[in-house]
Design a protein. Structure first.
Length: 394
């Protein structure tokens, strides 16, 4: 855990003063978890947020955190919930395996949070979810798309679509728009998200008459993908599917172009980060990815959100993680309001009853599996900039 003042990727300070203050308060740990929690009923309502604020997926955690911060600031400014302010306790898992579980335990036993927000990456949500579930504390993931996350149990929710939908829409996109019949896959075996999305894509693409050729693998933090790309090149595919995160996807795009692979490369929401363009530059021409929202949408809810976010964060444009970070917090706050209580069981029940809540990423209804159903957008890169291509409804 690293509750620090961190320097964001856009170069200004993101103060995690609340987290630092809470941590330095150093109350003795105990373990009263088990049947959920009811707080003292006075003072701020404590919510734990775990995020990858540093490390290989720092872009995810920083964006998501800023969206969440904006939601907290808006709610507190409007008088809080149940007459109480929200206290967001944020912890950095440094994009490292193991940290999210440790943080979730601390949120529950020491901070006595009534609910938890996080994470972006499915693998890290899968670490914290069993701990929240066992303690009876509701957890809302903003943007983890692997189905297994909410399957952990009835206290685990998400406000985004899931990967069977994302895999299918990418398969349709490859066939219809890219006119691809033979697709190679290069996936990250160390990320449950990547393994899952590769599977859902493979199923949908072959069911639609397509063929998978030259399936290759890598692990997170790998830097050299030339052996896999050379094997893929030998298969002469029409396009290459890279269901991974932006750091590796950027390097893969750059090395593919160096090896003379000019076919389209495409991925899922894991590609979304300004860093992708910094890493791969012009190698990203003729690449595409699917994600949850576009700040260019004409929708009023999106416009209001983009305006408020830019006012708070130096004119930066919010990406999908920021929008979903904001939405996850607002859905949780709405549930606490409807629960009329900070009793974690009542909050869970209210979350489960979420219906047509107006999120930035669309009307949000949480189904019996605690997932949302939403449209996706396809983004391409043109002249070094992300560009909206189309919206795909479920
Ligand atoms: N969906 C990805 C996962 O489950 C995380 C992600 C969401 C990445 C949104 C970028 C944008 O791991």
């Amino acid at each position: 855990m690293k509750p620090l003042v961190i320097s964001s990727r856009r170069g200004f300070l993101l103060s995690l003063a609340v987290a630092a203050a809470v941590t330095s308060g150093c109350k003795p740990a105990d373990s009263s978890a088990g049947g959920g929690s009811v707080d003292a009923g006075t003072g701020p309502i404590k919510i734990g947020e775990y995020a990858s604020l540093t490390g290989s997926e720092a872009a995810f955690g920083q964006s998501s955190h800023r969206g969440t911060e904006l939601a907290v600031a808006e709610i507190n400014k409007a008088g809080g919930i149940l007459g109480r302010q929200i206290e967001l306790i944020t912890e950095d898992n440094q994009s490292k395996a193991g940290e999210s579980a440790t943080i979730a335990k601390k949120f529950i036993s020491r901070d006595k949070v009534v609910a938890v927000l996080g994470e972006v990456a499915s693998g890290r949500s899968l670490e914290a979810a069993p701990i929240c579930q066992a303690a009876g504390i509701p957890m809302v993931s903003p943007s983890s798309t692997n189905p297994k996350v909410t399957e952990v149990g009835d206290h685990i929710f998400r406000v985004c679509f899931i990967d069977p939908f994302q895999g299918k829409l990418l398969a349709d996109f490859a066939k219809r728009t890219l006119k691809a019949r033979r697709v190679a896959i290069l996936s990250d075996v160390s990320a449950p998200y990547s393994v899952g999305l590769a599977d859902f894509f493979r199923k949908a693409f072959t069911a639609g008459g397509g063929e998978i050729v030259g399936e290759q693998k890598y692990a997170s933090k790998d830097k050299d993908f030339r052996a896999q790309l050379t094997a893929i090149k030998a298969e002469n595919p029409d396009a290459i599917f890279v269901p991974g995160y932006y750091t590796e996807a950027g390097l893969i795009a750059a090395q593919a172009r160096q090896l003379g692979l000019t076919v389209p490369l495409f991925g899922g929401d894991g590609w979304e980060a300004p860093e992708l363009i910094q890493i791969a530059g012009s190698a990203l021409e003729n690449t595409y990815y699917s994600t949850h929202y576009s700040p260019e949408a004409a929708d009023n809810r999106v416009k209001e959100f983009v305006k408020a976010y830019q006012a708070k964060f130096n004119g930066d444009i919010p990406d999908a993680m920021a929008a979903l970070g904001y939405d996850s917090a607002m859905v949780l706050f709405d549930a606490i309001k409807r629960a009329g209580s900070t009793d974690s069981t009542k909050i869970r029940d209210a979350l489960a009853a979420t219906k047509d809540f107006p999120c930035v990423t669309g009307l949000t209804t949480l189904d019996a599996q605690r997932n949302a159903t939403k449209g996706a957008v396809i983004i391409t890169v043109k002249d070094g900039k992300f560009k909206y291509v189309e919206t795909i409804q479920p």
